[in-house]
Design a protein around this ligand. Structure first.
Ligand SMILES: [Zn+2]
Length: 204
């Protein structure tokens, strides 16, 4: 399994491309993610969204138009994309809407795409639709905007944000993973569960 990172857009958001001998999976769609895949001549078998905040879905419609199935925990919803916040910021940019082909749940079996088994965990708090994707075999966690390197956590001052719920989600769903699990977050460099247990002031 090879993972490459594309960081793009106004919020410097990470998208990850997971490649195996059986295919590829894109995780989140910041601005430029579609072109990043194109440049590698890779068409993912699926696009997984950790959540629908605008900076994680800017390129989602491009994948949709290219018939890449989209996986998310909710149907496409402008309120989850923070359309009010974008308007308040005076950002003319509109997020092009897309179709969520598969709704993620925690009650079904693990999701297997391109030969990679993703365990799905719901982690509401930063946003109500936040999920993380755990690849146990490779000890990787695609963490979205939950836990960041060097003591950060997802912000909760946006609409639908809930700080206490986020802390609860991190404790239950992330800190229960093995210490050497590498967290690949939605912003900034990777970290590990073990490092954040020691360093993260929010989890003290
Ligand atoms: Zn977010």
């Amino acid at each position: 399994m090879n993972i490459s990172t594309h960081c793009g857009g106004f919020c410097q958001t990470n998208g990850y491309l997971v490649e195996t001998e059986e295919g590829a999976v894109a995780i989140d769609a910041p601005e430029g993610m579609f072109q990043f895949c194109k440049q590698k001549s890779v068409k993912p078998t699926g696009l997984l969204l950790t959540h629908q905040h605008f900076d994680h879905v800017e390129d989602a419609a491009l994948f949709d138009h290219d018939d890449v199935p989209i996986y998310a925990s909710e149907p496409c919803r402008p309120d989850l994309q923070l359309d009010d916040v974008l308007r308040a910021w005076g950002l003319a940019k509109q997020i092009e809407q897309f179709t969520v082909d598969h709704i993620l749940t925690t009650t079904g079996s693990n999701l297997v795409l391109a030969g990679v088994e993703f365990e799905l965990r719901a982690v509401p708090g930063h946003s109500p639709d936040s999920f993380v994707f755990h690849v146990a075999l490779f000890q990787k966690l695609f963490g979205g905007d939950t836990l960041f390197a060097d003591g950060g956590i997802g912000r909760t001052d946006f609409p639908h944000g809930d700080h206490d719920l986020l802390i609860h989600s991190i404790r239950e769903q992330l800190l229960s993973l093995p210490d050497d699990t590498e967290v690949l977050p939605g912003h900034g460099p990777p970290t590990t569960i073990g490092q954040e247990i020691v360093k993260n002031p929010y989890l003290a």
